[in-house]
Design a protein around this ligand. Structure first.
Ligand code: NAD
Length: 248
């Protein structure tokens, strides 16, 4: 067994409360590009230009060109071994919650029950003018989708410049303040205020396990155990190690 994976597995087994924080990197192997993948969505649509609430308010038709492509990509995506591995840890009673920045619903589709969506979800839409809400299915294939009041709808994802849903922010902070082990998977950890959570967990003494293809801003000062590699391989390895150590 790889030494770092074994250390991570022991930390999960020894912990009374373990959380997973996830970002776009966990869904890359499902076919959804992160902000960095070459040739991906974000090479053609600058997130600063397309993912801010000010852009949406001033030109929703333009932002919907990007949202349409993102929706079509998300529709084709299926949960991968990393999403499924986290659901297995939860089912084994070894993972309390997944706190995700993703809006792709893949944790839920992979079987996770307790998922906190820090940046909302793309499966519903709201009218910014009259507050009517719609399910994604009601508006599927309509680009851009319109409200009955005649305005263009916005998906319930948090754009840059918008507030984080209060319930998600409060519960995440409370959990991070009492966890004993924290898995951080596929995030550059530069988006605020999500990036407060690893620091909070570190402050209360949690063991921080980071899974990423590369080192991040967390690696030198926050991370205790770094598992460098693909999310699918590292999470599967971790789950296998946990099972093996549990059976000894
Ligand atoms: P990011 O794009 O800033 O960083 C992604 C991180 O994942 C990088 O550190 C990269 O090295 C790592 N990574 C890429 N592929 C990986 C793999 N196969 N295994 C392990 N690690 C891998 O993403 P972020 O930190 O989540 O911040 C971007 C923001 O954009 C977030 O709000 C995010 O939710 C949103 N976003 C969401 C999706 C989605 O819902 N799937 C996709 C793109 C962006």
């Amino acid at each position: 067994m790889d030494e770092s994976i074994e250390k991570a597995a022991r930390a999960v087994l020894d912990s009374n409360l373990t959380l997973a924080l996830t970002g776009a990197g966990i869904s890359v192997e499902s076919g959804i590009p992160d902000f960095r993948s070459k040739g991906g969505l974000w090479d053609r649509y600058d997130p600063d230009e397309y993912a801010s609430i000010y852009s949406f308010q001033s030109n929703p038709e333009k932002v919907w060109q990007m949202l349409r492509e993102m929706e079509e990509t998300v529709d084709k995506a299926r949960p991968n071994a990393a999403h499924i591995g986290l659901a297995e840890l939860e089912a084994m009673g070894l993972l309390k919650s997944v706190i995700t920045q993703n809006v792709d619903n893949l944790h839920q589709e992979g079987g996770s029950k307790d998922v906190i969506e820090y940046h909302g979800n793309s499966r519903s839409l709201t009218c910014l003018w009259c507050n009517r809400r719609y399910d994604y299915a009601q508006k599927k294939g309509e680009y851009p989708p319109y409200c009955e009041c005649g305005r263009i709808l916005k998906p319930d994802v948090v754009f840059f410049g918008e507030a984080i849903p209060m319930a998600a922010m409060t519960r995440s902070y409370e959990l991070a303040s009492s966890c004993q082990a924290l898995l951080i998977i596929g995030t550059s950890a530069v988006v605020s205020p999500f990036n407060v959570l690893p620091r909070q967990a570190k402050q209360v003494g949690a063991t921080i396990i980071e899974i990423n293809l590369e080192r991040t801003v967390l690696t030198d000062h926050i991370t205790d155990i770094l598992l460098l590699g693909k999310a699918t391989e590292m999470v599967s390895g971790l789950v296998a190690a946990v099972r093996e150590l549990k059976s000894l």
